[in-house]
Design a protein around this ligand. Sequence first.
Ligand code: HDD
Length: 714
Amino acid sequence: MSSEESPFIPGKPASSTPDFDEPQRPQGPPEAKPDQSGPRPTTPTGATSADEQDAQGQQGRYHTTAQGGRLPDTNHSLKAGARGPVLIQDHHLREKITHFDHERIPERVVHARGAAAHGTFVSYGNASSVTKAGFLQAEAETEVFTRFSTVVGSRGSPDVARDTRGFATKFYTSEGVFDLVGNNFPVFFIQDALKFPDIVHAAKPHPDREIPQAQSAHDTFWDFVSLHTEATHHTMWQMSDRAIPRSLRMMEGFGVNTFRVQNSAGETSLVKFHWKPENGVHSLLWEEAQLVNGFDPDFHRRDLADAIEAGAYPRWELGLQVMPDSEDEMFEGIDLLDPTKLVPEELAPVRAVGRLTLDRNPENYFAETEQVAFHPGHLVPGIDVTNDPLLQGRLFSYLDTQLTRLGGPNFSELPINRPRCPVNDMFRDGMHQTAVHQGVAPYKPNSLDGGNPFSTEDEHALIDVPQPVAESVKERRASASFDDHFSQARLFWLSLTGIERQHLADAFIFELGKCYEETIRRREVKNLAAIDRELCETVATGLGLKAPEADDRAPGVTASPALSQIGRRWPVAGRKVGIVASADTPFDQITTVRAAVAEAGMVPLLVAPRGGRLGEGSTSVAVERTYATMRSVEFDAVVLTEGIESSTEVDVLISEAWRHLKAIATCGNAEILLEEPGIGLGDPGIFCSDEPHEATRQVIEALAEHRAWARADM
Ligand code: HDD
């Protein structure tokens, strides 16, 4: 170092000895005051507090070390000369790289791939006759955070894999956190938590080559479920259209396990929780799902975030099926402790008790969506668990898994997990402790801290309803009612319409067709014989196998029409319509169609051969998708305007939209484009008009049924 060189910054001339009386202030911009510049971090409640900002390490206008020391440069390591080796004394280098090296935490062992949103739950106030839970009483409004997920795939897996979807909601109630950790199917693969590692090992990629990713179409999955027939009912759901939702906004949710609720008079009932989507229950077709996974692997995640950002807030009603709390915990012959069984809505109607609205996207994926920690044992006064052996095991697993995933026992102090009511748990210390606890007596009883905190006999969580436990011996077995593995699988099959059954059979043919072992295929086809003759024969034929003899293990089963997705009309808000146009399209056609789509609360997406804008001057409209960036699977319906020419991209768009039973409208002479693929102008879901407004109106009308189902029979 030359004598003129700065002792602090190599290469910089030394200034005179720093004058401690005159602080060195930065020269020139930035002008903004420190706390007015940069992002304003928010807490999960939307509030901004100094504490929260500190916690996020994002305060002030200067780039600093983790210790708050201001940094002059983060582009160059400290070196022995411009071309020399890096010096180990460069703390900034080591701190920055070390932090980066530890940025990842273990992904969830299941449900690793997820998307989430904040929202509010508003109670209808009509549930007090069955539960005293505060968040279900009149006028209660509760902040919530909901995370949706796939089960099998890793964090980076595609969104629309054929899989069960998680639907977990954290209610930050004034009585403590209540987590409703459900799925989009009402039943589960197994009846006892002890089997959970088995089903998950079977469904995850093969341990030798780690393939396939996020799929059940492989030997180990089908090996397990074909041998373990209690999985049959869930497998039927997994092969149904429910396993490939059109959107996370268009799925039902189910608490699956039966819970015991208690009202303020101490009376108890058994309940099953349901989420009913306002947008209806809709699915992709299998071919669409396969295309989506390549075209946009983040399809569901993007759809949820876009909808919320656009103000098309997804909404669900929370519903309760209420059954008497009988001694045998059976209802109409259904064992309420068996999580492979549902209760048909025709037998116990779903009573709506409140509404969930998701209206705010997370600010930070890691802090919120990744670090949120659910647990079916997070209960509030008025809601208790039952002896369902699956639920009992879950009560152990969720807390346990967070210890590894979130690095210790203090994960409930993370902002996304913090209750919004006073917490005084007497837990102390541990990895990542952020609280500065007061007092000297974290034990009970104590006199040194004045006896604090106090226990309450009033409303308390973990209500522990005094249920008699049958006099019994210790044994590893389930009750005989758990032995019926087929009647509800048949009930589900009988409840579906013809096209839904076809999709389900096709899924079996696809999935079993991907198995290498013929013994597995045969074994599963034999199981199908116990569900339905037609299903078994269709799948056997598809696989080139001989259908086994009829098996009448599930006699006298009736259908539950509420389980079918087809046959009702739903709101169309938030659906996406592709409007294909070109520079030759009369501009008023574009504006008319766009306006009509937007007016219906749907999302118009203008598609053109190239990017840029269509129309002139200030009224011109931005092209949202070009022929290079569009694919039919993104649209729920397509409007073809005048002036577009036949091309490979347009032809593929039309033929896919046709094959996927989507509504297609043409304006004026655009109907010529339907000639080549042989689409009849009067075919179901095809609307041709010289009036763009009329063509669009008809498309909107058709979308209420989701697809032109009648075309499936053509
Ligand atoms: Fe589970 C996560 C739903 C049975 C063990 N589960 C997890 C999530 C959902 C469910 C939605 C993701 C939560 C999130 O978004 O963070 N699980 C269910 C349902 C079940 C079920 C509806 C049956 C009724 N689960 C189940 C059993 C066990 C687990 C029987 C273990 C014995 N589940 C876990 C877990 C996970 C989990 C390993 C992984 C990540 C986590 O908990 O936080 O503990």
